[in-house]
Ligand binder design. Structure first.
Ligand code: ATP
Ligand code: MG
Length: 222
């Protein structure tokens, strides 16, 4: 299989984290980086970046581009992912056109994306189910009390550690995140569409979306 360098786009709560977990199980060469998970672990550690980022995350704003570009490019370099052989997936970054152009400068020669997939989920469906979402912060594993409940209530399946609610998953803050997403997504899609690497996968549940996503990858890369 050829190297996969995938970006997942999609509204908050569209299931990027869930799709990522499924893809990692299927494609063993793939590694992933989620900007939201990185930020939440920084917050937990009370690092300077975490303390700064929390101010924005709490009220549903985006963390400034300069901070985000710094964190993610540092991670990509540290993990030695910037070469033509490696396969990886990014979830949650880039999410503004400025982040996309800045990242492009870093990866274009060495390891540009070869597939950008937008998860297209009805936003009314997302709003209905967001209150049911619980997460395991250390791993980024996501559960829905309605669709994929943990085996033991409110405990992570793998570690048994407690699940928590994200502070930004309240109805009010969530609506703000959705609005922000809708403002930013147009230019981002144009940017990748011009590179000929943008695809859209539609569906209202992960079980509908996942097979389509897997097919897309298998057809393009094997
Ligand atoms: P989901 O609910 O599916 O995880 P999301 O994309 O809204 O979707 P995260 O990616 O976990 O959630 O991000 C949570 C918060 O972290 C965002 O609302 C934002 O404040 C901040 N954040 C994460 N990634 C970025 C980024 N690339 N640029 C700016 N802020 C970011
Ligand atoms: Mg996420």
């Amino acid at each position: 299989m050829n190297p996969l360098r995938i970006l997942l786009l999609g509204a908050p709560g569209s299931g990027k984290g869930t799709q990522t977990s499924k893809l990692l199980k299927k494609f063993h060469q793939l590694k992933s980086l989620s900007s939201g998970d990185i930020l939440r672990s920084q917050i937990k550690q009370e690092s300077p970046i975490g303390i700064e980022a929390e101010k924005y995350i709490k009220n549903g704003s985006l963390v400034p581009d300069s901070i985000m570009v710094g964190i993610i490019t540092h991670q990509l370099e540290q993990s030695k992912w910037l070469n033509k052989q490696s396969s990886w997936l990014l979830d949650g970054f880039p999410r503004t056109i400025h982040q996309a152009t800045a990242l492009h400068q870093v990866i274009k020669e060495k390891a540009n994306f070869n597939l950008v997939v937008e998860l297209d989920v009805d936003q009314n469906v997302i709003l209905d189910r967001i209150e049911a979402r619980w997460v395991h912060v250390p791993s980024g594993r996501v559960y829905s009390l309605d669709y994929n409940p943990p085996k033991v209530p409110f405990k992570d399946d793998i570690t048994g550690e407690p699940l928590t609610k994200r502070e930004d998953d309240t109805a009010e803050v969530f609506q703000k995140r959705l609005t922000k997403y809708n403002e930013e997504i147009g230019p981002l899609k144009d940017f990748y569409s011009k590179q000929g690497i943008l695809q859209t996968v539609s569906g209202n549940t992960s079980d509908v979306i996942y097979p389509k996503l897997e097919n897309l990858i298998v057809n393009r890369f094997s």
